[in-house]
Design a protein around this ligand. Structure first.
Ligand SMILES: Cc1ncc(COP(=O)(O)O)c(C=O)c1O
Length: 390
């Protein structure tokens, strides 16, 4: 009967829709802008760990030059770049997979290696995207507090999850900007349960002096390393990232997604960025200078923060941090979100020197009581109509 048919297809459709919703990939911009207060475009945006410098000059030129070829897939361009990238990190092409950013391989890795029987183990506070993916896979989510020095507590992570599928280690950590030592990562690899993997997110590594763990891929360990061009290279809006691992681990990730042709603009920009021999040092120097100047100012004024080696840090606002976010927004300075484990802290992204000066002036106004609490956007969990999973 037509009526039955339409009811059945509605049910099928709605269950397909809820399955699709459950698989939704959650990204840093969704999380960052999901809590954004009302603000104008000309505000100071230091809430999403973006790089205010954007792509380097040669990357911009490369984008302009490749754009006329944007009607073609240009797979060979991607293949050449993958080889270039692999070489730059000391592995071969079979150890790397390219994606439009590192969000995708993060999600696919969690989907591939966690399940209701294989838990997802992460730091608290830590980058939340993988936890949302673990909800999709039905895995138990194990949040383990950082140590006193804000490193991942690898011993506690191991003890908390003998059933682990994925140990997620973000170093420097988002949001604290603090490192987990290589020896701790090696310890985790040595002691972890059989069949599990260590997922090392090196999104912010370039800002620090820490060594990469990519050589552990070469050594054949159960490790997947994530890299992105969104941070130091300033390509968050252009989208390029990598998973680096043993071929058999990459194969498992690929069962969940990948292989989508890359935007030629992203490939051209990333290839040009890698060729710029001074870029990493130069940008690291700029970020370090702006971050350390901000820390000196905070010290001088007696304000508390967690020292960081990254492009973000946690500021202790000494009040519910949401109040500080609103009061700063009143002054057109948009600072980052709050983690439940640290309710008085807000994550501050290191911006340009001018941006950090405006941040300082606005913060001083709130701390002096010249500006008081403002209003947050009505539903801080929505972003452009998309309701964030709770
Ligand atoms: C720790 C971490 N990993 C991964 C990502 C994903 O970035 P993208 O998809 O832009 O490469 C982000 C974004 O902010 C991040 O903070």
């Amino acid at each position: 009967m037509p009526q039955d048919f339409s009811r059945r297809s509605f049910l099928q459709l709605s269950s397909a829709a809820s399955a699709a919703l459950a698989m939704r990939i959650v990204t840093e911009p969704m999380l960052a802008f999901g809590q954004r207060p009302k603000a104008s475009r000309d505000a100071i945006w230091i809430n999403a760990n973006e790089n205010p410098l954007g792509p380097c000059a040669s990357a911009r030129d490369a984008v302009a030059a490749i754009t006329p070829q944007g009607g073609r897939y240009r797979f060979n361009l991607t293949e050449e770049f993958v080889k270039q990238f692999a070489q730059s990190v000391g592995v071969t092409g079979e150890n790397v997979r390219i994606f439009a950013g590192s969000t995708e391989p993060l999600h696919y890795t969690v989907m591939a290696f966690t399940s209701p029987r294989a838990s997802y183990v992460t730091a608290d506070p830590g980058y939340e995207a993988g936890m949302h993916s673990a909800k999709s896979s039905g895995a138990r989510i194990v949040k383990v507090p950082l140590t006193k020095s804000y490193a991942h507590d690898v011993k506690a992570m191991l003890a908390a999850a003998p059933d682990a599928g994925v140990f997620y280690v973000c170093t420097p950590n988002n949001p604290t900007g603090t490192l987990t030592s290589r020896s701790d990562i090696e310890y985790l690899l040595e002691k972890k349960p059989k069949g599990s993997i260590v997922l090392v997110d090196e999104a912010y590594l370039h800002f620090s002096d820490a060594p990469s763990t990519i050589d552990l891929v070469k050594a054949g360990k159960d490790i997947i390393v994530l890299r992105t061009f969104s941070k130091l290279y300033g390509m968050a809006g252009l989208r390029c990232g990598f998973a680096i691992a043993r071929p058999d681990l990459l194969q498992k990730i690929e069962n969940y997604g990948g292989g989508n042709p890359m935007p030629v603009t992203a490939v051209a920009a990333a290839a040009a960025s890698l060729k710029d021999a001074n870029l990493v040092d130069e940008r690291k120097r700029i970020n370090t200078a702006n971050r350390e100047e901000t820390f000196q100012w905070l010290d001088h004024n007696g304000y508390s923060y967690i020292p960081s080696v990254s492009n973000c840090f946690m500021l202790d606002t000494k009040r519910p941090a949401k109040e500080m976010i609103a009061a700063m927004a009143q002054q057109n300075v948009i600072i980052g979100r709050v983690w439940p484990a640290m309710p008085t802290y807000s994550r501050i992204t290191v911006g340009t020197r001018e941006e950090m000066e405006k941040f300082q002036a606005a913060l001083q106004n709130v701390m002096n009581g010249k500006v008081t609490v403002g209003t947050l956007c009505p539903d801080p969990r929505t972003i452009d109509g998309f309701v964030l999973p709770s």
